[in-house]
Design a protein around this ligand. Structure first.
Ligand code: ATP
Ligand code: MG
Length: 260
């Protein structure tokens, strides 16, 4: 843990995406963003999910005056929406349910580029931006993939989780080909792992056909749910629990991965 700013040469924008629900996107977004800030990087967490789950850790979602929806409907600048959090060097651009109503109204040619343009206005203020995506390949996930340099795919080590990754891979490839050639898949992060044997014997070889897989993986543990209930990152709630150590090691891998 350091206290001074570590300035990176480039702004690294990481979308945490998987169109399947409950795979660990929000948990990963919260703890990656907090972990990066603990490492001294100026970090912004953007919540692109109308469910507002990661926003709920850092803000009172019900009383939010401004949110990501205003980027889309009011064309409000991001500086007016971003809030600081209780964690040093970590800011949030929150969302709430009103983001879901935006989608229908924004089917115009600018729609995929709104987040990218917004980030352009704040790019000098951060070293890392982490984007928590919704469980769909909606316009919000597309916005995140258009704006990002990197994608991290949280994935449970289960058959149904693997069935959906072809669709995600196609979406990423198509955005890369048409709009954002620099988009790079940093890797898949195995979450909610029950046994390492299952991972190494059966799941890893299958996922490896699609994506690189992080060496770190996240095991299942009750502290994760408890940290959400206490509205803290897991790294803050209990830094010595196994899953915290696993997330710390994942954060290190991400930092290493973007420096390559
Ligand atoms: N390592 C873990 N151990 C135990 N429970 C976990 C772990 N990771 C996530 N969970 C739990 O699984 C559920 C889904 O996690 P999370 O909200 O991070 O996934 P998500 O992909 O963001 O879901 P959604 O698609 O709905 O946005 C939550 O209840 C969370 O507490
Ligand atoms: Mg989520």
């Amino acid at each position: 843990m350091t206290s001074e700013n570590i300035k990176t040469d480039n702004l690294n924008i990481i979308a945490i995406a998987n169109q399947k629900g409950g795979e660990g996107k929000t948990t990963t977004s919260i703890n990656l963003a907090h972990g990066l800030s603990l490492e001294g990087y100026r970090t912004l967490l953007i919540d692109m999910d109308p469910q507002g789950n990661s926003s709920g850790i850092f803000t009172e979602v019900d009383s939010l005056q401004k949110s990501a929806a205003d980027l889309f409907s009011q064309k409000l600048g991001p500086k007016k929406i971003i809030l600081s959090t209780k964690y040093e060097k970590l800011d949030i651009l929150p969302s709430k349910i009103s983001l879901a109503e935006v989608e229908l109204g924004t089917l115009n040619v600018e729609a995929p580029y709104i987040l990218r343009d917004a980030i352009g206005e704040i790019k000098d203020q951060y070293d890392f931006i982490v984007i928590d995506c919704p469980p769909s390949l909606s316009i919000f996930t597309v916005n995140a993939l258009v704006a990002a340099n990197y994608v991290v795919i949280p994935l449970q080590a289960e058959k149904f989780s693997i069935d959906g990754i072809k669709g995600l891979q196609n979406t990423i490839e198509s955005i890369k080909r048409r709009i954002n050639p620099s988009l790079t898949i940093l890797g898949a992060l195995i979450t909610q792992l029950k046994s390492n044997t299952i991972l190494t014997k059966t799941i890893l070889p299958v996922i490896n056909d699609y994506f690189p897989v992080f060496e770190s993986s996240i095991s299942t543990g009750v502290s994760v749910g408890e940290s959400h209930l206490s509205r803290q990152s897991l790294l803050d709630y209990n830094p010595s629990v196994k899953q915290s150590k696993e997330y710390f090691s994942f954060v290190k891998e991400v930092i290493h991965g973007v420096q390559k």
